[in-house]
Design a binder for this molecule. Sequence first.
Ligand code: ATP
Ligand code: MG
Ligand code: MG
Ligand code: MG
Length: 441
Amino acid sequence: LKVSTTRSTGASPLLVSRLFQPSSLREGQGQESQSGEKTCKSQRLMLQAGLIHPSNPGCYYYLPATVRAIEKLVRLIDQEMQGIGGQKLDMPSLCAAELWRRSKRWDLMGRDLFRLKDRHDAEYCLGPTHEEAITELLASQGHLSHKQLPLLLYQVTRKFRDEPRPRFGLLRGREFYMKDMYTFDTSERAAHLTYQNVCQAYTRLFARLGLQCVQVQADTGNIGGKLSHEFQLPAEVGEDRLLVCGNCAFSANVETMEPGQTDCPQCHKGTLTESKGIEVGHTFYLGTKYSHIFNATFSNPQSKPVVAEMGCFGLGVTRILAAAIEVLSTENAIHWPGLLAPYQVCILPPKRGSKEEHLEGLAEELCHSLGSTIPGLRGEVVLDDRTQLTIGRRLKDAGCLGYPYVIVVGRSAAEDLPRFEVRCQQSGETMFLSREGLMDL
Ligand code: ATP
Ligand code: MG
Ligand code: MG
Ligand code: MG
């Protein structure tokens, strides 16, 4: 009876020997991928740690630990988007050419669009973004009431773009996850307020992730519209060039400026310095560009139909993951934003045949009790049961995957007053803690 109770209450421990995380890169393998293209740190680390596996160019298998991290990131995004009134939906990836012809983007997008035909010869594309689809959805409802606005609708789905140069792992894929939000407002003023609310939510999200992004003025590209900002994460591998004023708050993507400009166009005093960044988010105030074409309207208090003011707001979900690893990690060890680490704790039992071998049961029991008594650690504790390997070897692997905490059950745990060796990745500290100390961590 006792056994069956234990089984039904506690989930079985997550054993490293059973986790599917096949490395696709041998240690020390060079700076080039198999196909000879240049790689970057996050790509190498993610391949090495068994987080991703290459498929077609610009396409990866997201292995289980990555899916856990993506799910955590999506949960944070949901909190922030729903915190400002966002409602989540999910739109088809197969998008009819007819919609894209109406916005003229069927031709404008050129070869970036993945195009296909169905069995009736009807043309489609695989959605690279969804302004057309969402605006058509809104328009199909007839006139919304002004009381229903602002309306903030978002999704987290795969996007497809036939990038001319897919590279750097998840930083530039041809198939990737994006959070895209579309907003509908009654006036330009209201739309600006919504725009600010979304930008603030983005700022909060990046702060929670511990990522120091800069918000820069940006080009509106083929999305169109009147006002636009990018959230850029400073990094050498970044493909965007940013200009930041040394004197005032001005910052912009070079794409928006005259070539060679070094004087700040805002304060006219400071000098602009150039740096590189990874575009992790992009916000647009669209005005009525799409709502006009698709006739997305609402009825104002005088019951007159008025074309809705729109905004659209993208976050590169899988790009954020790789970009965070790119900027936070060392050359050999992944450092995750704490909230995204696939697992929070890894416990290392002693090596088989060592003097401390008898502590293996203690390690297993610790794994159970941390996972069941600390609410935030449910399903977050793994046991590196590969006890045929030395502690040193397993520590190296643990460092590679980047658990925020690694607990070694070794010599000091065999003492009269058992102490556990706890390595905290973020501070780089090693602590020796009693069981009570562990629970308070
Ligand atoms: P880039 O300039 O890097 O090509 P973009 O300006 O074309 O990006 P947007 O249309 O603004 O991208 O899409 C919104 C967000 O989606 C981007 O800010 C970025 O974070 C993410 N994203 C865009 N393209 C990719 C890609 N190929 N792989 C991964 N994420 C991407
Ligand atoms: Mg692009
Ligand atoms: Mg861009
Ligand atoms: Mg962009």
